[in-house]
Design a protein around this ligand. Structure first.
Ligand SMILES: [Zn+2]
Length: 617
């Protein structure tokens, strides 16, 4: 990469064509030598992105894999006839395309050379391509030439031989913008390209390019350039420009560039223009609306320690400095991430890529916090991002987010709480015993008359109700809410329907049971005292569980630690779909374990078929 910044790199880029230049393509001798040293003052200003645009593969920044593959392809003379270059904006897609064009068309200093991975930079083809005025290298923006007619025009032009170079090269930028008709028209040419034609496509959105096109191209993914690489690159350029720059300032620019060489160079351009020879961290921060990193650390540290006065003071200072609240919040998130990394791997503090204060203060802070606390801070801050973005006053919204974070700082995380409570002697009491609801043992079958059932006969009232759930949802609802059970035996169930239950509920229950079990079932309407409906029993069991949970010292401790907390629901994993842990109670008396009758209570009325009239007492 350093060679990119050597003087020859800069000097290799010819000036834009002078109107009185020696012929259109600078035939013969390469463009007239420029004034030898760079007297920056009287040269027209060129933006850094243009001035330091790489002109050979070795100058490409951070694209080693691409460079290696292309070099090999040229060395072995196996160059594809169509390339697809994809990556975020500013990583060097069109730059790469132009280097490929030169590599294909370079004829060498002596005019005899063939395609080469190292274009000479001085031959007629190289210089013409470098200055965008080669007749055979056509750069098209697919966004504005996206119609089928544009592609037809291109197909016409493709039929003619190149006018001066070895290959006609078409560079289509943002190729995903082509209409589907245009893609189809292009496909014909890509299928049978004339031998002297090469296509180089560039796109930021590869997935919008049809697979039919992709399958005919050699595709290269240009990755985002790592921050450290960018920082070194910008540092070298500053050195070359005779500008001093603070390391931290370059780091901020590299971070803001987000992997795009060009974006970062534009920022560096601005920073140099603002700085009068010295790019300072403060100037770059002001330019980008960033808060000082130490200020961000101050604010976050105060929030994590619950120190509200310091936090608010830090936020005020950031505001005075013109920091954009959303950016400040993003900085906090990034810092939480850094702290978490430092917490997990303390040796990362030796990483030179981290700013000094993050290496020292940050490492100390990270060591004093736990991963759950950092994780909670991350969650709270990231939830604040949309809040800050949507708030009418972003500054206030950010302050609220940070105050919230400070407020929970002294609260233990759930994991801490459990540990503190268990180690502090308040051992969690054993799980509340499932609320006894009619012991299963009391439901012994009446001797004799056991039916031969296809499906195991229901053993409890909720078994009966559950059978209806699949077979007859209406019946299921009625049984659940409007029918009180009295007794259950194989082939026989006695119930007390509530007034709201339909008249035929017994008949329907009997028919359903018969279908389900394959045995005959008698359903009696009883007048005996009946147990509550299954829905009521289920609610009662819920309430019991809740009360039992509330009585637990462990839970009480949690409720004390989090004022205002409430137990919403207690789930018993051993309970059935109706929330009962044992067979449902039959008859009101059966509800308590002490006075459970063996089976039907003595006062139970004999059951009868539902078509019989209930006997009078
Ligand atoms: Zn050349």
């Amino acid at each position: 990469m350093s060679d990119l910044l050597g003087t020859e790199a800069e000097d290799a880029i010819p000036e834009p064509p002078a109107p009185e230049g020696p012929g259109l393509f600078g035939m013969g001798a390469p463009a007239a030598p420029k004034p030898a040293p760079p007297p920056v003052s009287n040269q027209p200003y060129r933006v850094l992105a243009r001035k330091y645009r790489p002109s050979t593969f070795s100058e490409l920044v951070g694209q080693d894999a691409l460079v290696r593959t292309l070099r090999n392809a040229f060395a072995s003379n196996r160059v594809a006839h169509a390339f697809m270059l994809t990556g975020v904006r500013g990583v060097g897609k069109t730059t790469t395309a132009r280097i490929i064009a030169r590599a294909l068309n370079c004829i060498g200093v002596d005019g005899q050379g063939g395609p080469t991975p190292e274009p000479c930079g001085v031959c007629a083809n190289c210089t013409a391509i470098l200055t965008d005025r080669h007749p055979d290298v056509v750069e098209l923006d697919a966004a504005s030439n996206n119609g089928v007619d544009d592609v037809r025009e291109l197909r016409e032009a493709v039929r003619f031989r190149p006018s001066m170079a070895r290959f006609k090269i078409y560079i289509l930028d943002e190729v995903h913008m082509l209409s589907s008709a245009a893609f189809n028209a292009l496909l014909k040419t890509l299928e049978e390209p004339p031998p002297a034609v090469k296509f180089i496509f560039a796109t930021t959105e590869l997935r919008k390019v049809p697979a039919t096109i992709l399958s005919r191209c050699q595709t290269f993914h240009l990755p985002r350039v790592p921050q450290a690489t960018l920082r070194a690159h910008y540092g070298a350029i500053c050195g070359h420009e005779g500008v001093t720059a603070e390391d931290e300032a370059l780091a901020i620019i590299a971070r803001a560039a987000d992997g795009s060489v060009r974006d970062g160079l534009s920022l560096l351009d601005q920073a140099i223009a603002l700085s009068a020879g010295r790019v300072t961290t403060t100037a770059v921060q002001d330019m980008l609306g960033l808060a000082d990193r130490t200020l961000v650390l101050d604010a976050l540290e105060a929030a994590l320690r619950g120190d509200l006065p310091t936090l608010l003071a830090a936020l005020d200072r950031a505001h005075e400095r013109g920091a954009e609240p959303a950016v400040l919040l993003a900085d906090m998130l990034e810092l939480v991430h850094t702290l978490t990394r430092l917490n997990a791997v303390p040796s990362l503090a030796k990483d030179g890529a981290l700013p000094e204060h993050e290496r020292t203060r940050g490492a100390a802070l990270a060591a004093s916090l736990s991963v759950p606390v950092l994780g909670r801070a991350w969650q709270m801050l990231i939830k604040g991002v949309p809040e800050v973005q949507e708030a009418p006053d972003r500054r206030i919204a950010l302050e609220m987010v940070m105050i919230r974070l400070a407020h929970v700082s002294d609260m233990p995380t759930p994991g801490d709480l459990v540990r503190r409570l268990t180690e502090g002697g308040a051992m969690p009491a054993p799980r509340p015993a499932p609320a006894p609801a009619g012991g299963g043992t009391t439901l012994r079958a009446v001797a004799g008359g056991a039916p031969v059932a296809a499906v195991p006969a229901p053993k409890s009232w909720q078994d009966v109700v559950a059978l209806a759930a699949d077979a007859d949802p209406m019946l299921h609802a009625m049984l659940l809410h409007e029918v009180q059970p009295v007794s259950l035996a194989p082939g026989r169930v006695d119930i007390v329907p509530r007034p709201a239950a339909p008249r035929d509920v017994a008949a329907r229950l009997s028919a359903m049971l018969e279908r389900a079990t394959g045995a005959r079932w008698m359903v009696g309407i009883s007048r005996a005292e009946a147990a509550p409906t299954l829905a009521e029993q289920s609610r009662a069991a819920d309430a019991d569980r809740l009360a039992a949970a509330r009585a637990e010292p462990f839970v009480q401790a949690i409720l004390q630690a989090f004022p205002g907390a409430e137990i919403m629901k207690v789930r018993d994993t051993g309970a059935d779909r109706y929330g009962l842990s044992g067979p449902a109670a039959l008859t009101g008396a059966a509800a308590t374990p002490d006075n459970l009758p063996d089976f039907a209570p003595p006062d139970a009325m004999p059951a009868w078929d539902d078509d019989e009239a209930p006997p009078e007492d």
